[in-house]
Ligand binder design. Structure first.
Ligand SMILES: [Zn+2]
Ligand SMILES: [Zn+2]
Ligand SMILES: [Zn+2]
Length: 476
């Protein structure tokens, strides 16, 4: 028979750590803290205190300090939005995104419910082609069926008669990596912000001219609002999914003008997406490149009542929320962290195709004419500099508002009654003392995160429902 100490030594380091923790006197309080962070995988450790006093009498109305906490520290969420970095915080972020997008579609969070009657579209803008890639094929389809096709200048076939499922690692890879326009691909990524801005202006211009207005008059008649997410496709180029809404000039509280129908906005979106052209800076290395959206464009008016055609509001909100938790690394298109030298590119765990895109960022990023594009700083996202989710100011609420609401709700749930802040003075002293978990703590936090995940507002069923009508048919 082994004694207790010997048995303990046979356990993994993490299990030993779990047992040590569970026997510590502060375990219950520590567990409460972990639960309060939602089982965050990399919590921030803070030490300090907050004291609220009555300004006149100096009486202490409320005091919280970490001196009585386990390890004299408080754990707070890392708030990372990426599922690969912190699953629980990414779920919370997806939940906030769902609320934010949903409020802009159906009202709530200070947006009136009348927005349901405003023209609202779900739009997908794609990247143009940078060279043929293997693609997911439908049942009877072939990848690149060409009967007579000469090999490319590198002696590689320019056709592919194979069928590819989504699981096929070939999907998204170029037929010839030497023919593929890597420079064009990363330069296009670097210009998507500008392409979007021009597109939005184009939509306003097309709407104005359809209504017989000059462009400058448009803001006095209507206001265009949007929320959009970027999604990396298999060929590592982004698509933009956007919710577009047309309001009256004052925003969501203002009814749109009578000419602003869903059909009119659809036509304006189609015209603007086709018309946008911008040019990259001239470079002896690449010449001057014209940038545009891809020919594949998906525009769906959202139904305002259950009987109408088109996807449902909740499904669109869930669909958009799903993408904000994905970083470049989740779709195998890049890494979560910046690349600081060419060696980082060579050692990154990515496909040869993605590595070639990173190299193109590095190469072009070293040229003075491309300095404003900061291609080296954004080599890890393949030149794309945008946020994953962006929205116009009038679209709906903000992440900050949603977080403040949740904090207030959690305080109420915990029975903490902060006094009304008029006539009080708050002194707060907080210091960062570390982050992360010990191996045992990580196990316990993961268990708590799993339990909480079951109760999440964004249930997987909802996401599956959203996926049913998603734009999966645009796959490359
Ligand atoms: Zn976290
Ligand atoms: Zn193929
Ligand atoms: Zn070739």
């Amino acid at each position: 028979m082994l004694d207790r100490a010997a048995r303990l030594r046979q356990l993994t380091e993490a299990d030993q750590d779990v047992i040590r923790r569970a026997h510590a006197p502060e375990f219950a309080r520590w567990l409460e803290q972990i639960a309060a962070t939602g089982g965050c995988a990399h919590p921030i450790h803070l030490t300090g205190s907050t004291t609220v006093r009555d300004t006149h009498s100096g009486e202490i109305l409320h005091h919280y300090g970490t001196s009585a906490e386990p390890g004299e520290r408080l754990l707070v969420r890392c708030r990372n939005r990426r599922a690969t970095v912190c699953a629980p915080c990414s779920r919370l972020h997806a939940g906030d995104t769902f609320q934010l997008v949903r409020a802009g579609l159906v009202g709530g969070k200070a947006v009136p419910t009348e927005v349901r009657e405003h023209p609202r579209l779900f739009v997908t803008l794609t990247a143009p082609g940078f060279g043929p890639v293997h693609r997911i094929t439908a049942e009877t389809e072939r990848c690149r069926p060409r009967r007579y096709a000469a090999p490319c200048g590198h002696g590689r076939p320019t056709r592919c008669h194979a069928r590819h499922t989504a699981a096929d690692p070939l999907v998204g890879l170029p037929l010839c990596s030497d023919c593929y326009d890597y420079s064009g691909h990363v330069l296009w990524h670097a210009h998507t912000g500008e392409l979007w801005a021009r597109f939005a202006r184009g939509v306003r211009r097309a709407l104005a001219s359809a209504a017989g207005l000059v462009q400058a008059e448009f803001p006095a008649h209507a206001r265009l609002s949007f929320a959009k997410v970027a999604e990396y496709q298999r060929r590592a180029a982004i698509h933009v999914h956007a919710v577009v809404r047309l309001d009256g000039p004052a925003g969501p509280h203002d009814p749109p003008p009578p000419w602003a129908t869903a059909d009119a906005v659809t036509a304006a979106v189609r015209a603007a997406a086709r018309a946008v052209r911008i040019h990259s800076p001239y470079s002896p290395a690449t010449g001057e490149r014209a940038m545009r959206w891809g020919a594949q464009l998906d525009v769906r008016p959202l139904r305002s009542s259950a009987g109408d055609e088109g996807p449902a509001d909740e499904a669109v909100a869930a669909y958009v929320a799903k993408y904000v938790t994905k970083g470049a690394s989740d779709t195998a298109a890049g890494t979560d962290h910046r690349l600081t030298c060419p060696d980082d590119i060579e050692t990154a765990v990515v496909s040869p195709h993605v590595r070639s895109l990173m190299r193109a960022c590095w190469r072009l990023g070293g040229l003075p004419e491309f300095a404003p594009l900061r291609l080296r700083a954004w080599a890890h996202t393949l030149g794309y500099r945008g946020h994953i989710l962006t929205k116009s100011r009038a679209y709906s609420t903000t992440y900050a508002t949603l977080r403040a609401e949740r904090a207030a709700h959690e305080r109420t749930a915990a029975g903490i009654d902060l006094p009304d802040d008029s006539g009080t003075t708050t002194d707060a002293y907080w210091r960062y003392v570390g982050s992360g978990h010990t191996p045992g703590a990580a196990l316990i936090a993961a268990g708590i995160a799993e339990d909480l995940a079951l109760n999440r507002e964004i249930a997987s069923a909802e996401l599956k429902h959203a996926g049913r009508w998603g734009t999966e048919q645009i796959t490359t």
